[in-house]
Design a protein around this ligand. Structure first.
Ligand code: ADP
Length: 458
């Protein structure tokens, strides 16, 4: 074996830990269907299967201007969307980072921050500046995309069940988040009606359906992961329907799939990631898949290999940076997997310049790249197994479109191809009938559309 190659024994051991075979994928997909059915029947399941009260998909003739607020995880967006009545939209938006202080501070500070950003956004539309008085005298309708698990009791009322994705702001769990937002608007003298509370998956589904009517699933693969799909109301046995609607969009909250840990193989690194979060033993599927956690899995593997003397031996040690929680970003994995140079020079940049590893050999860099591939591939394959479960549950194996939003799907190299391969392993030829499509900024537009639909009902 050449000195430039990582040890075969190390590679094989890791591969064995992270591999999810085709058979296993099929099992996972079947388990997903069973858990979906359970969640539709009872509120006591880990996977919440939340009825969204969204019973209509847009026709394309909706008109008017609507605001949308989108809290996804890492970012917070304000959008104004104008529906032209012919299936087209115009929009402008501002994007803000939600700092850790805001995520973990008081609920009032978090919601005041949202209201302030909305006010700024309205006071300057890029062409004109308006005074605070002018803005305060107008009325707006707003759709609120809030991508956490809520017990949704009507189209614009929902109680936060629990935080995830690094949030822990106080006085929010158990509260109606529409009320929290409306009160912040009132404190800031804004006259804004929050007419719809929407999960980003639902927004993605609805907005993708606006342009691609065959869309029956919306998936998020970003900071977190989740999916929404169209279910028959008669199958939602835990839900007492008062209306006549035949279908309703269900927010699966599949991030909590297999929290009982009965079907998906986990590694000791996954358990370490889980223990390091603010909500251990919950949303464990998300921790195997989404952008917030993939880099963290890789970081724990690297630290372990340093300990066993299987990597970074030349430099003598790991680095302080490698020991910092979440320091190894998922975006680094994208960069590493995209590096096809002979000496893996970009992998070197990530390891030596960004992670401050004193020095690396080619074998170290190859091993690091292989680890990223294993962890990235597992994420794509597990996501595909989940989608296969939902499509099969819906009886849509003869054809449907899946709108997928999020940086992981958009930016991680080979992600969609890896999903596609896995779909084939699970579904055979039927996989060809499932179209995976990038949905961009769907959640904002979806919230505006749902706000428009909700306004036209009342
Ligand atoms: P959100 O889900 O918060 O609305 P995004 O869809 O942009 O926002 O997802 C952000 C997540 O995507 C972060 O967790 C980050 O680690 C990850 N990410 C950002 N850039 C990349 C990239 N180039 N490759 C893979 N993941 C990325």
């Amino acid at each position: 074996q050449s000195q430039d190659e990582p040890s075969q024994a190390t590679l094989l051991r890791l591969q064995h830990m992270f591999e999810v075979t085709g058979d296993k994928l099929s099992q996972i997909s079947k388990h997903m269907m069973a858990e979906m059915k359970k969640g539709l029947a009872s509120d006591e399941c880990a996977m919440k299967m939340i009825p969204t009260h969204v019973v209509r998909r847009p026709k394309g003739d909706e008109v008017g201007s609507y605001l949308a607020l989108d809290l996804g995880g890492s970012n917070f967006r304000v959008c104004e969307i104008t529906l032209d009545g012919r299936g087209g939209t115009r929009s402008r938006q501002s994007k803000h980072v939600v700092t850790d202080d805001l995520k973990t501070g008081t609920g009032a500070a978090l919601f005041d921050f949202f209201a302030d950003q909305v006010k700024h956004f309205l006071m300057n539309d890029g062409q004109n500046e308006y005074s605070a008085e002018e803005i305060e005298s107008r009325n707006y309708k707003l759709g609120f995309t809030f991508s956490f698990a809520v017990n949704q009791v009507s189209i614009n009322k929902g109680y936060l069940l629990l935080w995830n994705k690094g949030f822990s702001a106080d006085n929010c769990v158990g509260e109606d988040v529409v009320r929290l937002l409306s009160e912040a608007f009132r404190r800031k003298k804004l006259n804004i009606d929050v007419t719809a509370l929407v999960n980003d998956t639902t927004g993605t589904l609805v907005s993708h359906a606006y342009g691609a009517p065959d869309t029956y699933i919306g998936v998020i693969l970003g900071t977190g992961t989740n999916a929404a799909y169209v279910e028959k109301v008669e199958n939602i046995t835990k839900f007492k329907s008062s209306g006549t609607a035949k279908d309703m969009i269900i927010n699966t909250e599949w991030g909590a799939f297999d929290d009982e840990m009965v079907v998906i193989p986990r590694t000791k690194y996954d358990h370490k990631v889980d223990r390091g979060t603010s909500h251990p033993k919950t949303y464990t599927f998300e921790k195997l898949i989404s952008g917030m956690y993939l880099g963290e899995v890789v970081r724990y593997v690297l630290l372990d290999l340093v300990k066993t003397g299987e990597i970074f031996v030349a430099g003598g040690s790991a680095s302080k940076t490698l020991k910092i929680q979440y320091a190894f970003e998922t975006a680094y994995m994208s960069r590493i997997e995209r590096d096809h140079s002979l000496d893996l020079s970009d992998v070197r940049t990530v390891l030596e310049d960004l992670m401050h590893i004193p020095s690396t050999t080619l074998a170290d860099r190859r091993l690091t790249r292989a680890i990223c591939e294993m962890v990235g591939k597992r994420s794509a394959r597990l996501s595909a197994a989940a989608i296969a479960g939902v499509v099969t549950k819906m009886n849509k194996l003869d054809g449907c479109t899946v709108g997928i939003d999020g940086s992981l799907f958009e930016l991680y190299p080979h992600f969609s191809n890896r999903m596609r391969d896995a779909l084939h392993e699970i579904l055979g030829f039927s996989a060809d009938n499932i179209v995976l499509e990038q949905a961009r900024d769907g959640s904002g537009q979806g919230a505006a559309l749902i706000a428009a639909l909700a306004t036209s009902i009342t």
